[in-house]
Design a binder for this molecule. Structure first.
Ligand SMILES: [Zn+2]
Length: 345
């Protein structure tokens, strides 16, 4: 069996916004070291170096003026938004991260499962925000579209994937499904159930807002009721999951309540959904704030690889057999009615 490429480059460590910013750039190297320490995981993956990408690749999803603006800002100093300063070296690190996701897409026919430490989903056609400068998820997706492949992007980050959604808003061959904390209570304030895409893309963008304290039973309900049936009908060639550890209850920026088993479940169920549909699978992890980021990424990866490595259960509530919260039951019902013209439930 071919090993699973894990795209990485030491320059990922330069994806930084300054010492006091919640995004800790040590995460990349620490994660790779953690994997190498765990024989059952290390034997499954093969670390591959991410190439840097040039403007013409970024221009497949970003406007040239935006790329120039980032370049200018790197020289003069400045911020895309208050939380996203452009430091020296950060744009090139972003170009490496994009390179990793693009490489995973390029190799999909020979390696049907790859991992990259990416997922810069808040960068849109002509903007960067939310700690995201260039959108690697979108670049990989656009590449696959150009190869004639239909793509599912399943965004499990606690924050809605506004940049990716904007880029493919009108595109019917990208089924974008974001499951995230209720935008009324968290950045980016987008991703309500009514947002289902535009023009030809209508029905192919699905937003599932989760109540605060959503646990594994709530996620399970949303996935079984909405995500699985829609993915099955869409029948993708490639399934991309993106999102790091920020739905974990210990995350310092969010209010969701998955435990480590919940993160493992996200990796496991996504990979299985891809396999069930005969689709290639790309797993992207980058986000997470606080002290349990790398542990969370590891839990996701244990799930996606399907390896027998114990994951701590640090929460008593939220087993799969618990009843989901009434808010998510209501949300699922609403989504089925809104999406009923496009999908069978
Ligand atoms: Zn996030």
């Amino acid at each position: 069996m071919d090993k699973v490429p894990l795209f990485y480059h030491e320059k990922y460590g330069e994806y930084s916004f300054g010492k006091f910013h919640p995004f800790n750039p040590n995460r990349f190297q620490t994660f790779v070291e953690e994997i190498q320490k765990e024989d059952k995981m290390n034997s499954e993956v093969e670390i591959m170096e991410s190439p840097i990408v040039e403007d013409e690749i970024l221009e497949t999803v970003h406007k040239t003026e935006y790329i120039r603006k980032v370049e200018e800002m790197e020289k003069t100093g400045g911020s895309l938004t208050m939380d996203t300063p452009v430091k020296k070296g950060t744009p090139d690190a972003a170009r490496r991260i994009v390179g990793g996701s693009l490489q995973a897409a390029k190799m999909i026919d020979e390696r049907d499962f790859s991992i990259n430490l990416g997922g810069l989903h808040h960068a849109g056609p002509d903007y960067g925000e939310g700690f995201c400068i260039f959108n690697d998820v979108a670049v990989a997706t656009q590449f696959l579209l150009d190869q004639g492949k239909d793509v599912v992007v399943f965004d499990t980050d606690a924050h809605q994937g506004n940049g990716t959604m904007d880029i493919f808003e009108k595109h019917p061959r990208v089924l974008f499904i974001s499951i995230h904390q209720d935008p009324a209570t968290l950045y980016p304030g987008k991703g309500y159930v009514q947002e289902i895409g535009e023009n030809e893309g209508r029905g192919y963008k699905i937003n599932i807002p989760m109540p605060r304290d959503a646990n594994i039973a709530d996620y399970h309900h949303a996935i079984e009721e909405i995500v699985r049936p829609v993915v099955g009908q869409f029948s993708p060639d490639v399934f991309i999951r993106n999102g790091g550890s920020d739905p974990h209850h210990a995350d310092s920026l969010t209010d969701l309540a998955l435990d480590m088993r919940g993160l493992k479940y996200l990796g496991e169920t996504s990979r299985k959904m891809a396999a069930k549909n005969g689709a290639g699978y790309i797993d992207l992890m980058l986000s997470g704030y606080g002290r349990r980021v790398v542990e969370g990424w590891k839990a996701i990866t244990i799930g996606s690889l399907g390896v027998d490595v114990p994951v701590p259960s640090d929460q008593k509530i939220g087993d799969l057999d618990y009843d989901p919260k009434k808010e998510i039951v209501e949300t699922a019902k609403k989504l089925k009615s809104i999406l009923g013209d496009y999908w069978d439930f």
